[in-house]
Design a protein around this ligand. Structure first.
Ligand SMILES: [Zn+2]
Ligand SMILES: [Zn+2]
Length: 251
């Protein structure tokens, strides 16, 4: 049981589409992109899930749960602590909702990742389209690294230095870090949303034009990063790989 499981139970969260018995089934389907659903990344699913939680909290306190309101207020709650945030906090307090407690309810993408891979034991086929060779090569590097880590864990386990390590789940992530701030995001999610950092992905100056069209700037930042990865993977991995050996997948 993780935080996602607790929240599903506490707010009695159900699928927003017919044909699914449980929210977990629906989450897996959206993640994998089956049943005619478009495959979604952890970030997108996390956001969707958190909005369901927000709806649950509002519903409990008798606050309006119109979709546009949930969307707008979620954005404010997860954004900067500015005037809008303070105003919303005051408004929520009027409905007996404590903003800090509410924000603590939200899950992070890494919790969602563990829930899908660990709790639900889900596995997602890596993208196979030919235009996704970049992600495929990352996937190849990940599975090689996973194999090596498993071999090392097996040895550590048999030597008694890390008992039980042989049966641990090994999760290899390639994360990209913003050069300007601590934002870190899995490469799949960065590719899916089209930028690495919300704040700094959009401020990289472009040479030719002075306009501030955010979409152009986002496009400008991601491809160089991907090109670097394509190159670096062929010599050796220079990117930070997070090794998470989850004992029995129970985290
Ligand atoms: Zn879980
Ligand atoms: Zn940043």
């Amino acid at each position: 049981m993780c935080k996602v499981d607790d929240l599903i139970e506490r707010y009695d969260l159900t699928p927003s589409r017919d044909g699914y018995e449980t929210l977990d089934e629906y989450l897996l389907a959206r993640w994998k992109g089956v049943d005619g659903l478009e495959s979604e990344g952890y970030q997108a699913l996390t956001e969707w899930f958190n909005k369901q939680v927000l709806r649950g909290v509002y519903d409990e306190q008798g606050r309006d749960i119109a979709a546009y309101r949930i969307d707008a207020e979620y954005e404010i709650l997860t954004g900067d602590r500015d005037l809008r945030h303070d105003e919303l906090a005051a408004d929520l307090a009027a409905d007996s909702i404590d903003t800090d407690e509410l924000e603590d309810e939200f899950v992070s993408w890494s919790t969602m990742r563990r829930h899908l891979n660990g709790c639900l034991d889900g596995e997602k086929e890596p993208a196979r389209s030919t235009s996704d060779w970049e992600l495929e090569s990352v996937e190849v590097a990940r599975s090689k690294t996973r194999e090596k880590a498993r071999a090392a864990l097996h040895s550590l386990s048999s030597k008694g230095r890390l008992p039980g390590a042989a049966s641990a789940d090994v999760d290899i992530q390639v994360k990209l870090t913003c050069p300007e701030c601590p934002t870190r995001i899995p490469i799949e999610d960065a590719v899916e949303r089209g930028y690495i950092c919300k704040d700094h992905g959009r401020t990289v100056p472009r040479e030719s034009d002075g306009d501030e069209a955010p979409s152009g700037v986002q496009q400008a930042i991601l491809p160089p990063g991907l090109a670097q990865i394509g190159v670096s993977l062929t010599d050796d991995l220079v990117y930070t790989l997070d090794f998470v050996a989850a004992m029995g997948g129970a985290i």
